[in-house]
Design a binder for this molecule. Structure first.
Ligand SMILES: [Zn+2]
Length: 300
């Protein structure tokens, strides 16, 4: 990749580092940021000059944003994600019990100047059982309230949502981007095309396990393959009907290394679409472009 193009990864977690997450998080807890600096330098070396973080509960993405400035990288941080007490996601966000908790957390969040709001609406895709995703943690009214609160402050909203019902809820409530979106259905794809909602389908966490060996998920490979192939079909369909798709690797998650994850994701997306996708057709400029010219970058 010795061209002049500038790449963007629309979904990373700088607080996670695949199999080394434990070690990294121990450093971050002590506010040691050498690893973050090193990771960001490697992004820069590969022309990845825009990163959008999915959040963490250690202030890592906020620290990364400061370090990124010194490297000329545009780094978008949500501060921390909003997740539900007792639900999934306490390491990528701070849990809230109800809307009054959210109001408190959001007030605190605004103090750290988030670039977007991240809401964890569902759990992860369950590799043990096809179609299971572990619940929807907020009601529509709660989700709508949180999204509107962000919009009142001109913040875009990224919603982590798996399952048809959850994606439908997220899109109807006004999410700007749907993250993951496994088990998405035809109806949601049409809604997204109509509303301009961007889909970040994060193929790499599953695609890399299939391609590189599944490690701790060895026994779940048949289910993972089935889920992955279905996601690929939906991406093809989404591209056909005009849904905006962005490259977001979920780098930092298991099996998805930083930097390399971006190129993995591009490869998986091209495979899914059955064609070499023109990268400039992916992504949404307003939220997180995949590729930008130098000129564009100087405006952001
Ligand atoms: Zn993520």
């Amino acid at each position: 990749m010795d061209d002049k193009r500038i790449y963007a990864d629309a979904h990373i977690h700088i607080s996670l580092d695949g199999e080394n997450t434990k070690k990294l998080r121990a450093e971050l807890k002590e506010k040691k940021y050498d690893s973050i600096k090193e990771i960001l330098q490697r992004y820069k070396d590969k022309n990845i000059f825009m990163l959008r973080d999915g959040g963490d509960n250690l202030g890592a993405s906020l620290a990364a944003r400061e370090i990124a400035i010194t490297l000329g990288i545009t780094y978008k941080s949500p501060g921390w994600g909003i997740c539900k007490k007792g639900g999934y996601g306490s390491f990528i966000g701070k849990p809230v019990g109800d809307i009054s908790d959210f109001k408190e957390s959001f007030k605190e969040l605004l103090k750290v100047r988030p670039d977007h709001l991240k809401i964890v609406l569902t759990g992860l895709v369950d590799f043990e059982s096809y179609g299971r995703v572990g619940g929807i943690f907020f009601t529509f009214d709660e989700l709508y309230y949180m999204i509107q609160s962000a919009k009142d402050k001109n913040l875009p909203v990224m919603v982590h949502a798996n399952s048809s019902a959850a994606v439908k809820m997220a899109v109807a409530a006004g999410a700007d981007t749907v993250e993951h979106g496994y088990f998405i259905d035809e109806e949601e794809l049409h809604m997204m095309a109509e509303r301009g909602t961007v889909w970040v389908p994060t193929l790499s966490p599953l695609g890399n396990l299939i391609k590189n060996g599944a490690g701790r998920y060895m026994n779940q490979i048949p289910t993972i393959k089935k889920i992955y192939e279905e996601q690929c079909e939906k991406i093809k369909r989404a591209a056909d009907i005009g849904v905006k798709i962005a490259v977001g690797s979920d780098a930092g998650s298991y099996g998805v290394p930083h930097v390399c994850g971006f190129f993995d994701e591009v490869m998986h997306l091209c495979d899914a679409a059955g064609t070499v996708l023109e990268l400039s057709h992916l992504g949404n400029k307003r939220i997180m472009p995949t590729i930008n010219s130098e000129e564009d970058r100087s405006h952001s």
